[in-house]
Design a binder for this molecule. Structure first.
Ligand SMILES: [Mn+2]
Length: 424
């Protein structure tokens, strides 16, 4: 773990500059009728969950290049998540993946407590086969043609709920790779009927205070048709299952140019938005750090969230889900957490009364300029001050590099031998 004194020493050098910047931004925002302290308080309260699997190096289907000091198991992963939260003060929860993170619940709870972490949504895995598994998921899992394979997949989801229950998680996220690779390979209607029947069995075992999320993804590994391919199908699933079922929007899982913020608005309007997987994507998937390609889109998503902030019953789980091929995963996860906070802070600056007025008057130019005014504002002093006050680092990435954490853990964590392709 990174020692407090390292963070304090790094902060001491930057604190005066930050205070000056914060004061200047505060004066600027006051002229716009915005109380900087109120914005900072909201940012400080905003948390995004880190995915346990994100602490390792990802890969493409061609290869994976392991990094030094990669976590060996869930306890190493939780240590890395602890570092991310200590430096950013923005990631209080970890989202686990079963069976990758399977371990005794008491040990998981103890390790999380050590770092002041909690557990966000549980993720089941029926998109790959595990050692010793009776039935293969090569041709599907929850929607498989074989009832025994479906039953095995249902059982795995129920087991994931049970593990989550013991560690204090409150939701299950289900993403499946089921689909077909050739036209005619599967009957799309019957396949979806089978999926719904399986999900109903899982839903029946969901504790009263739990929620289940269906995560859609347009394609891959099924390259012709995917059972849960878009938000429309995800919405149908949540309606079929019942009031504890919601849709999870992963920013990387849409066709190019899709208006994701509009999907967010629709799902909020009809009470079916449950959570997010934040990341960014240039082409295919959830490959890149949040805000690295389209920060404006991330802002527009948060604009919808802030717009609906006071909607009764709206409760969202914010999570990161991204792959790191060329960066240090800890640095990338910190960078993403900060980008997500930044988009939130910028969205909080939008003059909503003015925006509504321009919308009513059909003044498109002023309406869009009002949005842009939020996006254009450099809110870094707000984020950094929130971190400083919470005991985090003014500059998390620089402080992480100064700490020597990666080199230190590399000494006890042997370099991974797994270099084969494999998107995670
Ligand atoms: Mn995802």
């Amino acid at each position: 773990m990174i020692d407090k004194s390292i963070i304090e020493a790094a902060n001491a050098k930057a604190a005066d500059g930050l205070r000056a910047d914060y004061e200047a931004l505060g004066a600027h925002l006051a002229r716009r009728g915005i109380d900087i302290e109120a914005v900072k308080a909201k940012v400080a309260k905003f948390g995004v969950a880190v995915p346990s699997w994100g602490t390792g190096t990802g890969g493409t289907r061609f290869a994976r290049f392991p990094g030094a000091g990669e976590p060996r198991h869930i306890f190493d992963k939780l240590d890395d998540c602890g570092v991310i939260h200590r430096l950013t003060a923005a990631t209080p929860d970890v989202s686990l993946h079963i069976p990758w993170d399977k371990a005794p619940a008491a040990d998981l709870r103890a390790k999380a407590e050590e770092h002041g972490l909690g557990f966000a949504s549980m993720n089941s895995n029926t998109f790959q086969d595990q050692e010793g598994q009776t039935h293969s998921y090569k041709y599907g899992s929850l929607s498989h043609t074989d009832p025994a394979t479906r039953a095995q997949a249902v059982e795995h989801n129920i087991e994931t709920i049970e593990i989550g229950r013991e560690i204090g998680s409150k939701s299950l996220t289900v993403w499946i790779g089921d689909g077909s690779n050739f036209p005619g390979q599967s009957n799309m209607t019957r396949q979806f009927e089978r999926y719904l029947a399986s999900m109903k069995e899982v839903y029946a075992r969901l504790p009263d205070d739990w929620r289940i999320y269906s995560e859609h993804k347009i394609y891959e590994p099924a390259f012709y048709s995917t059972v849960v391919q878009d938000w429309g199908t995800s919405y149908l699933i949540s309606k079929e299952l019942g009031e504890k079922a919601y849709c999870l929007v992963d920013l990387g899982h849409h066709a190019p140019n899709v208006n994701i913020e509009m999907i967010v608005a629709r799902l909020i309007q009809f009470g079916k938005l449950g959570g997010f997987h934040f990341n960014d994507s240039k082409y295919g998937d959830d490959d890149l750090d949040a805000g690295s390609i389209e920060p404006y889109r991330l802002f527009l998503v948060f604009n919808e969230l802030v717009d609906a902030e006071d909607k009764p019953g709206l409760s969202l789980e914010h999570m990161i889900d991204q792959s790191h091929n060329v960066t240090d995963p800890i640095e990338s996860l910190m960078a993403s957490a900060m980008e997500i906070q930044r988009a939130y802070a910028q969205a909080l600056l939008v003059d909503r009364a003015a925006l509504e007025g321009f919308q009513e008057e059909n003044d498109a130019l002023m309406a869009t300029a009002t949005l842009k005014a939020g996006f254009r504002t450099d809110v870094e002093p707000i984020l950094a001050m929130a971190r400083l006050e919470a005991g985090g680092a003014i500059d998390p990435v620089a402080t992480f590099r100064q700490s020597g954490y990666r080199a230190e853990v590399a000494e006890v964590r042997p370099k991974s031998a797994v270099t084969g392709g494999g998107i995670v």
